[in-house]
Ligand binder design. Structure first.
Ligand code: SME
Length: 167
């Protein structure tokens, strides 16, 4: 059964709390895999409408599956392919309200209906992307975009501090 949609007020409240939790969680950890895994867990447990949350990390010019929560997913995506590869290439957040309407969308879970992908920098280099799927159409809007970009920025500052390369 699908969870009811979260309204804008609730969304903003959830993100406000997430900022506090995220900051303390990633500042208190030096191990990148632990830090990334908890970042994902925090997001997944905060929103009932997120069906899959995870990282794809850049390695040798491709995106490799990183820490995630949800069903098994494709482990490698070429740059420029799918929503993740397109976001990586453009270095821009992409909101897909209906995955069936995104040309080249890569299906990992046929129940997935909408998606958001946010690029993550580590210093001047692209580190990877944060990918979130939902079983609801149009689950993601500019509130998610703005807040997820801020969360990814907090993460990227930490990655820069840790001089981050994990794979
Ligand atoms: N749908 C993504 C592939 C990754 S899964 O959603 C986990 C894409 O088109 O890049």
């Amino acid at each position: 059964m699908l969870e009811p949609k979260i309204n804008s007020t609730d969304k903003n409240e959830i993100y406000s709390l997430l900022f506090l939790q995220c900051k303390s969680l990633i500042q208190g950890e030096n191990e990148l895999i632990s830090l990334l895994s908890n970042f994902i867990a925090l997001l997944k447990q905060s929103f009932s409408t997120f069906s899959w949350v995870g990282f794809y990390l850049i390695k040798n010019g491709a995106l490799i599956l990183g820490p995630f929560q949800g069903k098994t997913a494709c482990s490698r995506i070429e740059l420029g392919k799918g929503v993740c590869g397109t976001s990586t290439k453009l270095k821009k957040t992409i909101i897909v309200k209906d995955v069936n309407k995104f040309k080249g969308h890569i299906v990992c879970d046929s129940n997935s209906k909408s998606e958001i992908v946010v690029p993550i920098m580590a210093g001047k280099n692209l580190f990877g992307v944060l990918d979130i799927d939902s079983y609801e159409y149009s689950n993601f809007d500019n509130i998610d975009k703005d807040n997820l970009e801020k969360l990814c920025y907090i993460l990227s500052e930490r990655l820069t501090q840790l001089n981050g390369q994990i794979i």
